[in-house]
Design a protein around this ligand. Structure first.
Ligand code: GLN
Length: 214
């Protein structure tokens, strides 16, 4: 990371689909510079990356065809910090429960269940306590949201809703099943950008990481 990056890190927002502008606004509010990432070269010089929501299957196909998926995977595997929301969380998962094969970025030791909250609660809002960002709870907007079905020891669960983990982090990644960019609560973006700013990584997970649903 450059010295300038340490103060105002440059964060890419994958601009294949989803709430790109809203993520850019949130990142700007917490002091980051932003770049839209559409092709592999756009990843050059970035200090971190946001993967918005959308449809993970569409994302996998479109980004796969352009070579972007492989390029992102390489950077993420090298340790570039990433924030993934909703479909972005799915893209970062190591696997999908009961899902057919679909292209993923992978790398995070979680298994997610797509559209997990069921048809009757297709989209909903709920207060989600996220102790790591403090009180009050964040207003979570869930849109055909996944949950985390399994998590390995490198993963710290940050939030649980309805008995299922809906936000988590490891050393370089933060994921949320909901859409923090659709509210004006910047605490999750701040957690991410502060992690990028101070150490070029998101955090160090606790030793006693919570594993799986609780
Ligand atoms: N249901 C979508 C998927 O499976 C995710 C929805 C979202 O990103 N809001 O990819």
């Amino acid at each position: 990371m450059t010295a300038a990056g340490a103060i105002r890190p440059r964060i890419g927002v994958l601009a294949v689909q989803g709430a790109v502008g809203e993520h850019e606004a949130a990142l700007a509010d917490v002091g980051a510079r932003t770049t839209r990432v559409r092709v592999p070269d756009d990843l050059d010089g970035l200090d971190g990356l946001v993967i918005p929501g959308g449809e993970s299957t569409t994302f996998g196909v479109v980004a796969g065809q352009s070579g972007l998926l492989n390029a992102v995977r390489t950077r993420v595997d090298e340790g570039m910090p990433v924030l993934g929301t909703c479909a972005g969380m799915i893209m970062l998962a190591g696997g999908i429960a009961d899902g057919g094969p679909q292209p993923l970025i992978g790398g995070m030791d979680i298994v997610v269940r797509r559209n997990a909250f069921g048809r009757q609660v297709h989209s909903f809002e709920a207060d989600v306590a996220i102790p790591v960002v403090g009180d009050p709870p964040m207003r979570g907007i869930f849109i055909r949201a996944p949950w985390i079905e399994e998590a390995g020891p490198s993963v710290e669960i940050l939030a649980v809703h309805g008995g299922h983990p809906v936000a988590a982090r490891d050393a370089t990644r933060i994921v949320a099943a909901f859409h923090p960019e659709l509210t004006d609560d910047r605490r999750l973006h701040r957690l991410f950008v502060d992690g990028v700013r101070t150490k070029g990584a998101v955090t160090q997970p606790r030793e006693d990481s919570v594993v799986g649903a609780q």
